[in-house]
Design a protein around this ligand. Structure first.
Ligand code: SF4
Length: 263
């Protein structure tokens, strides 16, 4: 699949930004610590499921000190509707203890320190850095991984590869909210099983070869009439040795032959 040109990338983000100028995370939280807890709980679970459990939890434990005072057994009771609740409860107790002992109960604004906490990987650290501290990090979850690869925005075989590709291609002014725009686009429009291509604002930019819906409808709805102008100019015709050999092998007139034919 062809990767996006710079102009296509900028236009892709411009349109997503126009649909949601200030996107928000759908997880409910009231502080960096409660955000960290919510993100840890959301691993392999839905935001909706996490949001059902966290109001009662945060009413009792909205700081690491209170979480430790709550205790693991009581915590398990409060989050048992969420998948992997026993492991998550153990991790939340462990990370609360570290926050109290090493960071005066505060969530550190530092990737390495965050990733050293139990249950916190690169994706969770990126979400906390982005949402709680406004850092321009792009956490790659299943939705973003799919959207980036499916559209051609940023290709990669692993979440880290896609994250680095997004870091490299996303214009600076869009980095702050890129994570949210991509995740919400993947969750509500570019869905895993059946993407809503006829209603997609970036349909004419997207390189996915199996779009849903009639092509005319997709073009009409996206309908900004800009794609041709957005494409980068084609690269200059290659006249190096490789092109000459390739043309000769295929029996076509090669740049070398054309040169020889000149009077
Ligand atoms: S056109 Fe379809 S596949 Fe492409 S980004 Fe939009 S919803 Fe996803």
């Amino acid at each position: 699949m062809r990767a996006f040109s710079k102009r296509e990338t900028r236009e892709f983000y411009r349109r997503l930004a126009a649909t949601r100028p200030i996107p928000q995370t759908e997880l409910e939280f009231i502080s960096p610590f409660t955000l960290l807890v919510a993100v840890v709980l959301s691993a392999q679970a839905t935001d909706t499921g996490v949001n059902k459990a966290t109001p009662a939890l945060f009413a009792l434990a909205d700081t690491p000190e209170k979480m430790l005072a709550l205790g693991e057994e009581r915590l398990i009771e409060l989050i048992r509707t969420i998948g992997l609740f026993r492991t998550k409860a153990k991790n939340l107790m462990g990370l609360s203890r570290i926050l109290v002992e090493q960071y005066c109960g505060e969530v550190p604004r530092d990737r390495a320190a965050l990733e050293a906490l139990p249950g916190v990987g690169r994706k969770t650290a990126n979400v906390v850095l982005n949402v709680a501290f406004g850092e321009p990090t792009i956490a790659v979850d299943t939705h973003i991984f799919r959207v980036a690869n499916r559209t051609g925005l940023a290709l990669g075989k692993t979440p880290l590869a896609v994250e680095l590709a997004l870091e490299a291609c996303t214009p600076a002014e869009y980095k702050r909210y890129a994570h949210h725009w991509l995740i919400l686009h993947g969750r509500y429009v570019c869905k895993a099983r059946k993407p809503e291509c006829p209603d997609c604002v970036v349909a004419d930019l997207c390189h996915y070869g199996a779009k849903t819906g009639p092509a005319e409808l997709i073009a009409a709805r996206a309908g900004l009439g800009e794609p041709a102008a957005l494409a980068d100019p084609p690269p200059a015709r290659h006249t190096g040795r490789r092109a000459i050999r390739s043309a000769e092998r295929s029996g076509l007139s090669s740049p070398r032959q054309r040169v020889r034919r000149r009077p």
